[in-house]
Design a protein around this ligand. Structure first.
Ligand code: SOE
Length: 387
């Protein structure tokens, strides 16, 4: 059967532009998706570099102004993979133009910005999603199923960490291409919005709402040269961020993110402890789910390391044969395949803009608490159409 084309316009050609482009190409090859994605146009300001990117990934055309991309009649989906300070303007214009919108995380630089984006996609009724890709690691998706089946029983603890070490050098400039994550005006925050946000998104999905937090942040290197101005300027982002919190379901939260954990490159770990069972997952070993079930026979009770490569594991029947694992890039392919299925039904796929707004509310509360030195409650987003 011939499928309708879904014409994609990508904004941004950095690391995330590559992960998304790979997903657009691979999803229809491995999943029976209802559309044929077409890499119609890629947009970025540097014409030479965007041409090279288009040639490498097979985009049919280029734009150097996102407004021109959004206005094009031949674009169905606007995919935003540009720095955080561009998300809101592009997403709102795309929604107003009736395009589907997918956006890199975090949705907004803060919850107020994210609220305007949610309002735009909801009033335009366009399918939308935010690329919190770790939900679609098969081990994490399986954990969600196990939790929803009630296998943990009452949950007592949820803890998560995201550890990196790439900004320890004081010679690293802030700002500009590749280093905008260190520039407060562009990024909105440091590790809180960049890394902790991943931990929070997964936690809200697995364990429900977070209601209150008490946090601390630290900026270890106070001044850095700004790549765009050439001047030494104060650093506004948080280099490390940690919080204690409470979930709505009564369990306790313990979260940490940093770019100053020497030796750790992208160590995202999570653990959940319930009355009957516990589970652990680790991004450096992402194809394994660690599972302990207290109801197992006493003499053999212990931690199991489940290798997520069987066809009855989430998403795995679409890949290789049992025993052969998949990796990081597949999480984006899974999300895009799910998005296409949902879009064909006229809806977005989780995490939608509204789901991602909930994460921005938690990160706002974390930053507020770090400033105030007090417990802060997490604001609850207004429901759709309530404003
Ligand atoms: C930061 O180094 C970063 O690239 C994040 O921006 C991504 O969201 C994370 O998945 C990996 O680390």
């Amino acid at each position: 059967m011939t499928k309708n084309n879904l014409n994609i316009g990508l904004v941004g050609y950095g690391f995330m532009g590559r992960t998304h482009s790979n997903a657009f190409l691979q999803a229809p090859r491995f999943f029976d998706v209802p559309y044929q994605p077409v890499l119609k146009a890629v947009c970025a300001r540097n014409a030479e570099r965007v041409k090279a990117f288009a040639a490498n990934w097979g985009y049919e055309s280029i734009e150097t102004d996102w407004r021109a991309l959004v206005e094009r009649k031949d674009i169905d989906l606007v995919d935003i993979a540009s720095p955080n300070d561009t998300h809101a303007e592009i997403a709102m214009a795309a929604a107003r133009a009736g395009k589907m919108v997918s956006c890199e995380k975090p949705l907004g630089r803060n919850a107020a910005e994210a609220e305007t984006m949610v309002a735009a996609v909801e009033s335009a009724r366009v399918p939308n999603t935010v690329w919190y890709n770790y939900r679609r690691v098969p081990a994490v998706t399986l954990l969600k199923q196990l939790i929803d089946e009630g296998r943990l029983g009452r949950v007592f603890h949820y803890r998560a960490q995201f550890l990196q070490d790439w900004t320890i050098s004081r010679d690293l400039p802030q700002g500009g291409e590749g280093l905008w994550r260190l520039d407060l005006a562009v990024a909105g925050s440091g590790v809180t919005g960049d890394l902790l946000a991943h931990c929070i998104d997964t936690a809200l999905w697995l364990n429900g709402s977070i209601t209150d937090v008490t946090a601390m942040t630290e900026t270890f290197i106070k001044e850095r040269k700004h790549a765009l101005t050439g001047r030494i300027e104060p650093v506004g982002i948080d280099d490390a961020s940690a919080f204690l919190g409470r979930f709505q379901n009564g369990s306790l939260a313990l979260f940490e993110a940093t770019r100053y954990a020497r030796g750790h490159k992208a160590l995202y770990t999570l653990e959940i402890n319930g009355e009957h069972a516990s589970a652990r997952w680790d991004l450096h070993d992402l194809h394994r789910l660690q599972w302990f079930d207290h109801r197992d026979e006493g003499a053999l009770r212990g931690w199991r390391s489940v290798h997520m490569t069987d066809s009855d594991h989430p998403y795995m029947k679409h890949w290789w044969v049992p025993g052969l694992q998949i990796g990081y890039e597949h999480t984006f392919i899974h999300q895009f395949a799910d998005f296409l299925d949902a879009a064909a039904r006229g809806s977005g796929v989780a995490p939608t803009f509204r789901d991602a707004l909930a994460t921005d509310h938690v990160t706002d509360a974390v930053l507020k608490s770090a400033r105030s030195g007090r417990w802060e409650s997490v604001a609850v987003a207004a429901r759709a159409g309530a404003a």
